[in-house]
Design a protein around this ligand. Structure first.
Ligand code: ATP
Ligand code: MG
Length: 570
């Protein structure tokens, strides 16, 4: 391949909306172009990377017993009615109607499709387990498409679905997939971590997310630094050891004036009390009406836990008008005493003996609030967000946090879809049973961007060898120098002949431009034919480290292969 012929539209200036490094670099280096918010063209370099990624995924899915299929993107609404998700999925679902006024959607995921397929074709225990997967576009009208390929509205996913006879079978499939995912991301040269994940309100089943560790990650991972313990979870799901704290002795409920003191810090500083003794009252709107969530002043509400606990489909903080109507006070003075709303009480709040809380009137708080005595603790749950420093739920060590990009998720679905969509089989005794399912996704296009987030420097992308668009670039420093051009051509042929994926930068450009582009695009190895060609030598440079060797033209293949080999475990 000759760079003069390749479609690699590099650019100097990137649009200001490209906030994260992967978005900026993939645009600048000519891998992608935007079509609309969250919708991109994949240009030749990107397509080559995607092929590398999907080749690794296919090998590992096949090795684990998966069979590849390809399901349609356009899905009939009837299937989504059967699973009850047509109304649940909300505005993320791209809906469309055909000329006969029939409803369809663009698949955001394929549980309905695959379950309906298997329901109609599989009858007997002899046909199970069955592991079907595809690599296909997915569509989600995300509320905030952003960060380039990390959160798109059209993106590429590998999704596998497992069908087993029973829970024990599902367990085998699940851990096979877990192992396959571990191999996949290891082979891609990524630093990642598998963490316990939230399973949603209907869950209760196991799930892990695979997180590529990067500061730009939208997910927070809470983990125990003790390797022997190994606890790690998405902050949405993370728990921590319950440390009892009562905060003082019971006393009579008392109203105190707290003029203009609304925040936790203002109120506790004014009263000279630690923030732990304050009860924070947050009012949420759900489809079933308003609810109040109570956590300690030094904690935040974990909205995922709260939503799961309530079993509601929507949950968001109520607006000022709703809060004032419900509490009869301006925002900042809500409290659980005499509040006519359902209360969800965090277990730490339930444990307090003498607390401070808003009095539901302007400029006033109660002190000596006693949970159970002054308000109901009928509904106690763990609804707090765990943060760095909290004790590990397993071993008590102070935990740490790190940001991650979710590149994959494995999920035990159980019988939910099989029952709703009629995926039953006959067991050895001829008894009809629901198949037990799992689903397993990998964000293919997101993984490409995550790899860039983790592998770049000031000059550009530093592709891990296993997913690089090419292995090496060869360039003559001076394109007017016949001996340098001839040497570069010869090396290009040698490397290609050795089975390496190599490009020749044959453009009549200044050396600086060629060097800059090579670094920006991130070829793992660069071979430069410059002034040493006179002695029959060229420079071989490793992109990641800058390590450079001066080698005889006859030794180039070996030198390039060595750098690639050393980089293959990157
Ligand atoms: P997120 O929490 O980031 O929105 P998700 O948990 O909803 O993702 P899944 O339903 O688990 O996503 O989909 C499987 C995989 O598809 C995810 O692990 C992720 O890698 C990828 N993915 C999901 N949404 C997007 C998106 N909008 N753009 C790119 N990749 C995505
Ligand atoms: Mg997920």
């Amino acid at each position: 391949m000759r760079v003069s012929q390749l479609f690699i539209p590099t650019m100097r200036e990137v649009p200001a909306e490209a906030e994260v490094v992967s978005h900026q670099l993939l645009l600048r280096a000519g891998f992608i172009r935007k079509v609309a918010a969250g919708i991109y063209h994949f240009l030749p370099l990107a397509q080559r990377v995607l092929h590398k990624i999907t080749a690794i995924i296919r090998e590992e899915m096949d090795r684990a017993g998966g069979q590849e299929i390809l399901m349609p993107i356009v899905q009939p609404a009837e299937l989504w009615h059967q699973s009850n998700r047509w109304n649940v999925y909300g505005p993320e679902l791209f809906r469309l109607r055909d000329r006969h006024e029939r409803d369809f959607c663009l698949g955001p995921t394929h549980e309905e499709m695959v379950t309906a397929l298997v329901a109609s074709e599989v009858r007997s225990y002899r046909q199970l387990p069955l592991l079907l997967y595809q690599i296909q576009n997915k569509y989600r009208d995300e509320r905030r498409p952003r960060f380039g390929l990390l959160r798109g509205r059209e993106f590429i996913m590998k999704d596998l679905y497992s069908f087993d006879r029973d829970e024990a079978g599902l367990d085998v499939s699940y851990w096979k997939m877990f192992a396959a995912y571990t191999r996949i991301f290891t082979r891609m040269g990524l630093r990642f971590r598998a963490v316990e994940a939230d399973t949603g309100a209907i869950g209760g089943n196991a799930s892990h997310e695979f997180m590529v560790l990067a500061d730009s990650g939208e997910a927070v991972v809470v983990y125990c630094p003790d390797e022997a313990c190994g606890y790690a979870a998405n902050a949405e799901k993370a728990e921590s050891l319950f440390v009892p704290y009562e905060g003082g002795d019971e006393g009579p409920l008392e109203l105190v004036v707290t003029p203009g003191r609304r925040t936790v810090e203002e109120v506790t500083a004014f009263l000279g009390l630690p923030t732990q003794r304050l009860i924070k009252t947050l009012i949420y709107r759900t489809e079933r009406g308003l609810v109040a969530a109570l956590v300690r002043g030094d904690r935040e509400v974990n909205e995922v836990k709260l939503q799961n606990h309530l079993g509601v489909l929507s949950l968001e903080l109520a607006d000022e008008t709703a809060i004032e109507a419900a509490t009869g006070a301006p925002v900042g003075f809500a409290g659980p005493v005499h509040l006519d709303l359902p209360l969800v009480v965090d277990r730490e709040v339930a444990n307090l003996k003498a607390a401070v809380a808003g009095a539901n009137r302007a400029d006033a708080h109660y002190v000596n609030v006693c949970p159970g005595r002054d308000f109901s603790v009928a509904d106690v749950a763990d609804i707090r967000l765990v943060t760095a420093g909290d004790p590990c739920p397993r071993c008590g060590e102070p935990m740490q946090t790190v940001k991650g990009i979710e590149v994959g998720q494995v999920f035990k679905l159980g019988e939910k879809y099989s029952r709703l969509m009629g995926a039953y089989y006959l067991d050895e005794q001829g008894v009809k049973r629901p198949m037990v399912m799992g689903c397993y996704g990998i964000g293919v296009s997101r993984t490409m961007a995550a790899a860039v987030e983790q592998n770049h420097d000031a000059d550009g992308i530093v592709w891990p060898v296993s997913i690089a668009p090419f292995h090496a670039v060869v360039l003559p420093v001076n394109s007017q120098d016949a001996s340098q051009v001839a040497a570069a051509e010869g090396i290009y042929r040698q490397l290609s002949g050795a089975g390496l994926e190599v490009v020749l930068d044959d453009r009549d450009e200044r050396p600086g431009v060629k060097f800059k582009d090579a670094d920006l695009i991130g070829y793992p190895v660069r071979v430069t034919a410059g002034r040493h060609v006179a002695e029959g030598k060229v420079e071989v440079r490793r992109r990641r480290t800058g390590e450079t060797l001066l080698v005889a033209e006859t030794e180039v293949v070996a030198a390039v292969q060595r750098f690639l080999h050393e980089g293959s475990g990157e």
